[in-house]
Design a protein. Structure first.
Length: 175
């Protein structure tokens, strides 16, 4: 009984955690595809980005970085430690082959972002990276872990106590 309760609890946590993490990419997917489409269509003049740059270690807002086809930053709405953060070269290689890449990026300890990078064509081909902090998603994951953990303990208690009481009662009745 304990094994079944444990497996079900772990399954519930894993499903909810994955749903939270995977849906954390939704805004970035839309923004990256929209920007990549506009750049591919030669509509760069229709794009506008906020003038102030955000520090991704302190801000929850989505951020955008445009890279040339070599992976060099061309324009960024963000910084980290005074510089534009650049993902590993393998990310650009993967996006070149598959059109986009979706991943969790940790450019510095304690700074985790849900990121989408999309390749775009046109006159000046390159990549658009869109990300946002996972801080709030991770808080929700921690709450879900606590809830499922408590539910696991309560369920385990109520599933096993009657068994032990029955066993103890049965032993007394046999004597």
């Amino acid at each position: 009984m304990a094994a079944v309760v444990t497996i079900l609890s772990l399954t519930i946590y894993a499903v909810v955690q994955q749903d939270l993490r995977l849906t954390a990419n939704d805004p970035q997917i839309q923004i990256a595809e929209d920007i990549a489409g506009m750049l591919s269509a030669g509509q760069a003049d229709q794009l506008s980005f906020p003038p102030e740059k955000i520090d991704i270690s302190k801000n929850l807002s989505p951020f955008v970085t445009l890279f040339d086809q070599k992976g060099t930053p061309v324009l960024a709405t963000t910084y980290l430690d005074g510089k534009v953060p650049v993902p590993p070269k393998g990310v650009f290689d993967y996006a070149s082959k598959h059109g986009e890449d979706r991943f969790t990026w940790m450019p510095k300890a304690g700074v985790r972002s849900a990121v989408v990078i999309a390749k775009f064509g046109g006159k000046n081909p390159g990549f658009v990276l869109v990300g946002r902090s996972l801080k709030e998603v991770e808080k929700r994951e921690d709450k879900i872990l606590l809830i499922v953990g408590l539910a696991w303990l309560v369920t385990l208690f109520f599933a096993t106590v009657p068994f032990f009481l029955y066993k103890k009662l049965k032993i007394k009745l046999l004597k």
